[in-house]
Write a protein that binds this ligand. Structure first.
Ligand code: DX5
Ligand code: ZN
Length: 226
């Protein structure tokens, strides 16, 4: 088990007119999280590969690209070519999940699978051995600023048991409603890579909020070791 907690601020919560300075304000983060939404899988429409390319030119942080699109099999290379360092693909969207995961990895990019709040962890049984990251949505995909769905905690516990049974330790990412109010419980349940949009970019000092979230999460891990 890792003793590090990583924080991935989501630019969905940024005023895009100030994207460069917003990215500058979170240099102490571990990833930049980019929410790609197509208006079909999600009720919202956001960024494409050009946003990934633009961020690549504005930050040295690795880019965590969250694909909420109906056809990841067809367009995955756009995001790899644009500079993604980690790509997560929704279980609900990929008709050939194993193929798309293997393709991402074959191009030297870390690959992850995402589950919507209503998709059970057991669906990971035949992909868990192959992924670098598993991400659980703790809100329904589409918007920042939604409330954390409590059922995520039980799903994290089930996921930890599945990982133990398979002898694997992918990064466990959680996305949606992460803030100082929720981070300790998700870390206690096994998460170690936390997406935070409104909590970070809505804070007066985004860098301090990144440090605070990481400190709170790592405090839980330190407590577990005592
Ligand atoms: C929601 C996105 C999230 C969103 C999180 O569909 O995938 O990444 O930006 O925002 P907060 O942290 O505000 O819930
Ligand atoms: Zn996201």
């Amino acid at each position: 088990m890792t003793d590090r907690i990583q924080i991935a601020p989501s630019i969905l919560s940024v005023n895009l007119g100030h994207l460069a300075s917003s990215l500058d304000s979170i240099k102490n983060a571990d990833y930049v999280h980019i929410d790609v939404m197509d208006g079909h899988f999600t009720p919202n429409l956001t960024f494409g590969p050009e946003m990934v390319r633009a961020c690549k030119g504005m930050t040295d942080l690795p880019l965590d690209v969250h694909l909420m699109i109906t056809n990841p099999d067809e367009t995955i290379d756009w995001y790899i070519d644009a500079g993604a360092d980690l790509i997560t693909v929704h279980y609900e969207t990929a008709s050939h999940l194993n193929r798309v995961i293997e393709h991402i990895k074959s191009r030297g990019v870390r690959a992850g699978v995402v589950l919507n709040p209503s998709t059970p962890v057991c669906m990971l049984e035949n992909i868990i051995d192959d992924v670098d990251v598993v991400m659980l949505m703790s809100v329904n995909p589409g918007f920042s600023g939604q409330s954390f769905i409590e059922g995520t905690i039980a799903k994290l516990e089930t996921l930890a048991a599945l990982c133990r049974a398979h002898g694997v330790s992918p990064l466990i990412e959680v996305d949606g409603g992460i803030s100082p109010k929720t981070i300790e419980r998700v870390v206690a349940a096994g998460a170690n890579l936390l997406v935070a949009g409104s909590a970070v970019f809505g804070a007066e000092d985004p860098a301090s909020m990144v440090d605070e979230l990481r400190r709170m999460g790592e405090g839980v891990l330190a407590g577990n070791r005592e």
